[in-house]
Structure formats: C-alpha cells, structure tokens
Design a protein around this ligand. Sequence first.
Ligand code: BGC
Length: 445
Amino acid sequence: MDLKSNIPKRLDFPGGFLWGVSTAAHQVEGGNDNSQWSDWERAGHIRSGDYSGNACDWWNNAERDFDIARDMGLNALRFSVEWSRIEPEAGRWDPQAMHRYRELLQGLHQRGIRPIVCLHHFSHPRWFEQQGAFLNPKAPAIFERFTRHVVESLGDLCQQWLTFNEPNVYSAFGYVMGEFPPGRTGEIGNALRVNSTQARAHLLAYHAIHELQPAAQVGWAQHFVVFHPVGVGAHRWVASLLNQVFNEGFLRLIEQGHAGFPFSLFDGAGHDLQGACDFVGLNVYSRFHVAFDLRIPSQLFGHIFVPAHVPQGDSGVEKPYGEAYPLAVRVAVERASRLGKPIYILENGVPDAQDRIRPWLILNVIKELHRLICEGHDIRGYFHWTLTDNFEWTEGWKLRFGLVALDPVTQQRRLRNSAHLYREIASSNGLSPEVAGKYWPVVIP
Ligand code: BGC
C-alpha cells in the first residue's frame, strides 16, 4: 500500500460505527492519593520530574471535556474507574466515588456518547499493591469482588466493560523493564505469572458481569506491537519470540485457555478461559525494530530500537516512543480476527505536541481500517488515544497524545488540527477526498 497517496473516493463506514476517544483514570482525574501510582510518583520515578497533580481535572470537571467530545461529533468514550477511590481500604467502599462515576456516565449519555468502562487501567489501591497485586493468588477473587461492586453500582448506565487494559504492558513494564510500579527488572517468570493471574481475574470478572447483567459486552484491551526483525536467522527468531511473549501471551490464554509451552510453565490458567470475551479491544501504536543481541538475556536477547529515519512522534525523556506505523492496525486486526469476535480499536495515537504527524497517522489508519472492513473484518469502532493531553505515566507531561492540547497549570485547552480532522471524520462517519486533501501533510513524515 502506498501510504503517501491520497484517497480516490469517499470511505463510508458501517452505520453505528463507534468514533471515540480513550482515557484512563489516573491520567485524567487528578487529586487521588490512594493508588500505587501516587506512591510511584512520590518516590521520584517520573523521568520528567512531574506529578500528575490535578491531571485534566476530571474529578471536578470531566464535563468540560465531554462537551468537547460531543462537539467533535464523537459517539463513544472509554474511561476507567479508579479502584483506589472506590475501595480505598480493603473491603471499604466509598459511596461518593461511585456517585461521581454515575455523574460521569450520565453526563456522557446526556451528550449522546456511549461509554465503555475499564475496570483496571494500570492503577489500583495501595493496599492491593502491598498484598502483592497480581502475584497474590487471591488477586482474582479480590478483583471479582471489586468488579461486582462496580457493576452493581453502575450497570444501569453502562453495557460495555473492559476488565483489564493491556495486561502485557502492565506486566512487562512492571516486572521486566522497571518502568511501572513495582519497578522490577528482568523478572520474566513473574511477568508471565502476573498475566496468568490477570487472566483468571478476567475470567471471574467476565462471569460475574454476565451474571449481573446478562446483555453486557465484556472484553479487554490488548496492546499489540509489531516487532520487525532487522534480518533473517537469529533476528527473525528473536522478533518472533518477543511477539510470542508480548503479543500472544494473554491473547492465547483467552483464545485457547492456555499459554502454550513453555509459557504454560508459569500459568495456572485452565481451559475454562477459552473464549471468555465478547469482543477484542486492540490498542495499537508502534512498530519496533529488533536485532538479536546475546548481551541482553533480560530482554530475551532482543535489542529493540527505532531507526532514526522512520516516522516518529516526539521522543520520551530517555528513549524514542516508537515508530508511528499505520499498518500496525492491519497486523493486529488480522491476528485478533482469529478469535472470531467483534473488534474495537480502543487506542491508537502518537505523542506529538506540534501535531506534525498525527493527521498523517489518523488518515492512514482510517484508510487501512476501511480496507480491513471491506475485506470482511468485523471492526466496530475506532477510539483515538486521546482526547486531551494527559499524564503519560513515567514520562509525565513530556509526551502529548491529545487531539486537544492542555496546559495542566491553567487547565486551558486548545484544539489541535487533528481534532478538526477527527471531527470531520466522526461527524460524517467516513472520510471524503476533500477532507483527506485538506489535512494531508505537504511533507510526508
Ligand atoms: C496505555 C495508555 C498510554 C498510551 C500512550 C497505552 O499503552 O494504555 O495509558 O497513555 O499507551 O503511551
């Protein structure tokens, strides 16, 4: 496919297609001090030196951003509930937190925006972390109890749930790369154990939600990275190994009920997991280049890098974010289609404060999604990451993923060019040659 060419004719999307944005509690709410992420920030782990602070001030005024979403013609929005607000101490529920989440859901419905709620997006209560988080064999039951409480309280306002956001990122960043709490490195066995415990927790939550709300749609958000080998032989082998461990691990647990040898050595999962989802959510951002390197056993001998000449957004404090690679959605969708369930692209975006390449990325991804739908893939929605610049985990405020630029001090918002482009796409349920021509960059990244 020639990514540089414009589109010859209007690309219409199926009726009812969801055009949304995705967010996560810790990144947007602000003012919470009960999660393991608050501790991680306080311990000085944010490379930029920032704190999430009031974030996007959603706890006080998410409605300001909901108005923007409505004005952009969006019909869906994904957010997560903050477990550490809802259950600040084990077994003690905070009714006020739930009240606020009800307001958020009502606010979305009033604006004609369908919510998707995620139960765990990286952050959880401090007490849960102290109990070993997902290395604790009791974690699935604890998570199920939390899930039941949320669904009993919010189920009348939400039909579509995600149990986990990116179990593979949570475990790799927390136990192999040291980027997320608990900040461990090289613990590949523990990362696999965490994934398998999360899969058990997913299963319990999946059944609990259906018991409480039979018509609910339940899935999870799978981060999918394209690993591109720099050559044949060992390079190809290591890229395939990384793909197996990172992309396939959790996917296979749900698809087949087991992780496959040798990963199954670390998984206590069982066949009852098989098919336990009503849809697959895909979070797709980047391609990484991979070279075999004997010196890094902690990363399974894979040197993962981004060559300087490929399209990229802004760089993180210490390393590049990744290659902006629109065709990654094709690789991810083709893989996920094998599960035979509807697919939602639940995150896709690029850190790009100046909006240099975001319009290019959006145009090419939309073009590719349309092509995939025409080929018969059951894709039901596209959710851009994200609406408003938010707190980017260990990179702090350094990386800006928003369609809308935010000054976190003044809380002032400014629509980037990409927001106007996305509004034209969402409000017309498709992409016309005129709109594509208007936003297609003069210089191709
Ligand atoms: C995560 C988001 C994050 C985004 C950009 C995704 O993997 O779910 O929380 O902000 O990537 O890095």
